[in-house]
Design a protein around this ligand. Sequence first.
Ligand code: MEV
Length: 309
Amino acid sequence: MFRNTVTTSAPGKLLLFGEHAVVYGRPCIVTAINQRLYVTAELLDEPVVRIDAPDINIHSETPLSDLSSQQFLECAVLNMKATHGVHITTKSDFLSTYGFGSSSASVVALLKALSHKINNNDLFSLAYKTILEVQGVGSGFDAAAAVYGGTLVYTKNTPPVELKASGMPLIVGYSGVKADTATIVKDVAIKKEKEPEKIGRIFDGIAEYVKQASETVSQGDWKRAGRIMDFNHEYLRDLGVSTHKLEDMISAAKKAGAWGAKLSGAGGGDCMIALVADDKRKAVTDAIAEAGGQIMDVEPNAEGVRIEK
Ligand code: MEV
């Protein structure tokens, strides 16, 4: 059991390479970001789970015996087999609409608060189980970023491999539209069912770029990593998950001199990312903003889950 009150935090994430293909067993590269999700868990005498999550507008009180496996935080408490009531408060550095993985980060931070001695591998397994139960789909890359932090090559059912990725010259632009990840992942599954060979070839192509990107990222060859971003994005466009807004932001970044740019995550909205030389940074951020994107103040390579106090 945990101390009477514990506060933990876990980072949000950005997918750098390999989205969608990772759902089908190919690798991806994900980085944890410096925007964090905080959870405070306070032990209660009554057998209830009280949730105050103002960022996502949830204020609820549920008997321990009635917890729902459809709700991320309640499902996490269920999976932790908690025998005590708990008051859970969340606070986020970022809006849940950005696609930075607020649900996964909140599950990871809560599980850590409920069992702060848990090791990272067990924490990841429990978090991924919780996310799959609630969401039905997902590769677990977001939980891996929230638990381990840093920049990871992640493949389902395989321990993640940390990449040295210091000094990544990343720019992040939010499209203003929240992506419905579960629906987009299901749409891609339908396409794969209809055209298994074509979609399989796209996933294999993406996997090859992820392999190349993991070498260039660890060498700090950002110019080449940018080129690979462009190639990866072409495959995502072929998959049909990009949007006009994302395309406008990406081509604006490229025209202003970015080494490379792509959508990040499921597509259909959320963010685009670009790798950019220092002397082009201002021109690229201005161009993305001009195309209607919101520039996000995000640093990659952040620390994984931690106990705050
Ligand atoms: C969504 O952010 C990334 C996807 O690859 C889904 C997943 O890996 O869970 C589309």
